[in-house]
Design a protein around this ligand. Structure first.
Ligand SMILES: *[C@@H]1O[C@H](CO)[C@@H](O)[C@H](O)[C@H]1NC(C)=O
Ligand SMILES: *[C@@H]1O[C@H](CO)[C@@H](O)[C@H](O)[C@H]1NC(C)=O
Ligand SMILES: *[C@@H]1O[C@H](CO)[C@@H](O)[C@H](O)[C@H]1NC(C)=O
Ligand SMILES: *[C@@H]1O[C@H](CO)[C@@H](O)[C@H](O)[C@H]1NC(C)=O
Ligand SMILES: *[C@@H]1O[C@H](CO)[C@@H](O)[C@H](O)[C@H]1NC(C)=O
Length: 358
């Protein structure tokens, strides 16, 4: 009798734990439909090679060109020089918003990947099969910790290089972010801090980021994707805001389980809806991860464009509020992840899925 109650309770706990998934937050009236407007940045052109592209060497990828709004550039003071490309871009986006119907608006997103973390260095050190199938499920190897990985000195240098880059663009009239968001994982909290620290930002553009769960990395069984507590984030970065409803402990990460990429895209859509539906900003910075930015780009209808550590991509998004939503997909349970009992010695990419180490 007692045994059967106990096993029932255990089965219930098991069922609840394997069914954990992203909890969809509040819904909006209408459906926000996203389209990327190409032709402004090299990164949205199919002829740009992401693996060799250097965004700091190419002015963020901004294409030198005319915009239909150039002729209405306001000439503020006699003797003021010709507007820069960045000033004309800002005017272009402002004009698009002025002339768009009430259910359409445009926003420029700056999506930045964190600088190199200890988990990136460890994956390079061990090779992907041994990393995925053995080491990544552990917190570290005795000398290095990669659970909720911090950035390495190289990663910090990358973030500081982006800081120097932003500094160089301010006199060019780059449209600075009006709001800033970051993933709750330490590598992003740190990257955002170094990227935007010490910049002379005007009023209304101050670096006051909001930590948002929805911008975290794809939730894998790797410990680098398990976040710290709300209290730890608050104590380490007292100047950061934390979104309402952010739980004290990480309720999403699950040992041995992973979010599906379909679920990841659903929550990317949800977090974009919160930001683009709720925040009136036209210029928005997001500090996130390679897998999560890839998901955001899919949801935004942008071509695939993989970012190296520390890289940032600008995306002009057209947001159309539609009356009816298409049939919505629902969240699924996390899937079980394969691992190996011992670190595999195979280094071939064909073993990245741990199929060759049984
Ligand atoms: C909705 O977005 C998709 C993908 O970007 C696009 O193809 C489609 O034209 C958009 N629909 C409307 C009505 O804006
Ligand atoms: C992009 O560049 C990489 C590295 O130089 C090269 O291996 C790859 O073939 C290029 N891809 C395309 C589509 O040109
Ligand atoms: C990108 O270009 C900058 C110059 O703007 C250079 O300092 C940097 O080393 C380059 N980065 C890479 C990864 O080649
Ligand atoms: C732990 O991993 C790092 C690479 O991230 C490596 O440099 C170090 O030697 C490893 N330590 C041990 C004890 O194996
Ligand atoms: C960056 O973090 C340091 C300490 O961790 C803090 O003193 C500083 O105010 C932060 N800067 C910004 C811009 O958040």
């Amino acid at each position: 009798m007692h045994t059967s109650i106990l096993s029932f309770i255990l089965a219930l706990i098991f069922a609840l734990s394997v069914n954990a998934h992203w909890k969809a937050p509040t819904h909006h009236n209408g459906y926000l439909n996203y389209t990327t407007i190409p032709g402004l940045f090299l990164q949205d052109s199919p002829t740009t090679n992401a693996s060799t592209f250097n965004f700091t060497a190419s002015n963020f990828g901004l294409i030198p060109r005319r915009y239909p709004s150039d002729s209405t550039w306001p000439n503020p003071s006699p003797g003021a020089g010709k507007p820069t490309q960045w000033q004309r871009l800002t005017h272009h986006i402002t004009s698009l918003n002025t002339h768009s119907p009430p259910n359409v608006r445009y926003a420029l997103l700056y999506l930045g990947r964190h600088g190199e973390g200890y988990h990136n260095a460890a994956e390079a050190f061990y090779g992907t099969p041994a990393w995925n199938c053995f080491w990544a499920e552990r917190d570290g190897n005795g000398s290095v910790v990669w659970a909720d990985a911090e950035i390495t000195p190289t990663g910090a240098q990358q973030a500081l290089a982006v800081n120097v880059f932003w500094k160089s663009l301010i006199p060019e009239g780059v449209p600075l972010p009006q709001s800033y968001y970051t993933s709750p994982l330490r590598r992003c909290l740190e990257t955002a801090n170094l990227t935007f620290g010490g910049l002379e930002l005007p009023r209304g553009r101050e670096f006051k980021p909001t930590v948002k769960e929805g911008f975290r990395e794809g939730i894998s069984a790797h410990t680098c994707d398990r976040r710290g507590t709300r209290t730890a984030i608050r104590e380490a970065y007292p100047g950061y805001g934390i979104e309402a409803g952010f739980t004290e402990v990480d309720e999403l990460w699950e040992k041995g389980h992973a979010e599906t990429s379909g679920d990841q895209d659903l929550r990317s859509k949800e977090v974009l809806d919160e930001v683009l539906g709720g925040d009136g900003s036209t210029f928005v910075s997001v500090t996130s991860h390679s897998g999560e930015i890839a998901s955001l780009l899919r949801v935004l209808g942008h071509q695939e464009f993989s970012l190296s550590t520390g890289a940032v991509i600008p995306v002009l998004v057209k947001v159309t509020t539609l009356k009816s939503a298409p049939a919505t997909s629902t969240y699924e349970a996390f899937t079980s992840v394969s691992t190996c009992a011992m670190a595999p010695t195979v280094t071939a990419a064909s073993c990245n899925d741990c199929s060759c180490c049984k």
